[in-house]
Design a protein around this ligand. Structure first.
Ligand SMILES: Nc1ncnc2c1ncn2[C@@H]1O[C@H](COP(=O)(O)OP(=O)(O)OP(=O)(O)O)[C@@H](O)[C@H]1O
Ligand SMILES: [Mg+2]
Length: 215
């Protein structure tokens, strides 16, 4: 079943917290150019170190996730001196829109959240974490999900880092839909099916929740 289409203007770019992303063509292919402009509120040397580190992490993890069967954009070009990445432009729109749009039926939302959980399970099973797993970093093209923006992820992540990935999903669902508690249970079920060591991570998620509640 194809999802109801969500009306939107053609995507031409976005300005997030750290990066500026614009749609371009690269060697005739649809691509995006992702630049991390300098942040003047940080000391210049620290800022450069942070931006370079994030760019390198993003390149490495995009490739590794892809190799593990999690769809991410192909890295087409890297310019470390200008802190520019050129990535394959993937089809689809951020999951945020599908989860918060009232015209999307509840079963469809549930199906998408299940796929999202399975995606994170596969990522964790491959020994990678995401670090900023909100619905705006996941694209849905009507058939498949893709994962974006891995610049805060880790290779061989700690239990805490894995727990934080799930915790961020839970928090994000809370901002997107009143149906969040039920949807998070669907997410967890599908995550657990795709990741062998999920019980330890779920225990850590409960701990993180408690820590935040009583902080
Ligand atoms: N490869 C891509 N294909 C299609 N759309 C993309 C792609 N990369 C980014 N986008 C779009 O641009 C938005 C912002 O991109 P991204 O999440 O990578 O940047 P960001 O959140 O500003 O960056 P960061 O958190 O790394 O500083 C995404 O939510 C998505 O809509
Ligand atoms: Mg993002």
């Amino acid at each position: 079943m194809s999802p109801p289409s969500i009306p939107r203007t053609p995507w031409s770019g976005a300005e997030g917290a750290e990066a500026k992303v614009e749609a371009i063509e690269f060697l005739g292919l649809p691509a995006v150019r992702k630049v991390r402009p300098a942040k003047t509120y940080r000391p210049a040397d620290l800022d450069l170190r942070l931006r370079t580190g994030r760019l390198r992490t993003e390149v490495r993890l995009l490739r590794e996730a892809r190799r593990a069967g999690v769809r991410t954009p192909i890295v087409l070009d890297v310019d470390e001196s200008e802190l520019v990445l050129v990535l394959e432009r993937l089809p689809g729109t951020p999951l945020t829109e599908h989860l918060s749009a009232p015209e999307v039926p509840a079963e469809e939302r549930e199906r998408l959240v299940g796929l999202w959980g399975e995606l994170l399970g596969r990522l964790h099973q491959a020994g990678l974490s995401h670090g900023d797993l909100t619905a705006s970093n996941v694209l849905w093209d009507g058939h498949r999900l893709s994962l974006l923006d891995l610049s805060l992820g880790s290779k061989d992540p700690s239990l805490e880092e894995r727990g934080i990935d799930l915790h961020l999903v839970e928090e994000d669902l809370n901002t997107l839909t009143p149906d969040a508690p039920r949807l998070f249970r669907v997410f967890v079920d599908c995550y657990a099916r795709a990741y062998r060591s999920s019980p330890e991570v779920l225990e850590r998620v409960r701990e993180i929740r408690g820590r935040i509640r009583y902080a």
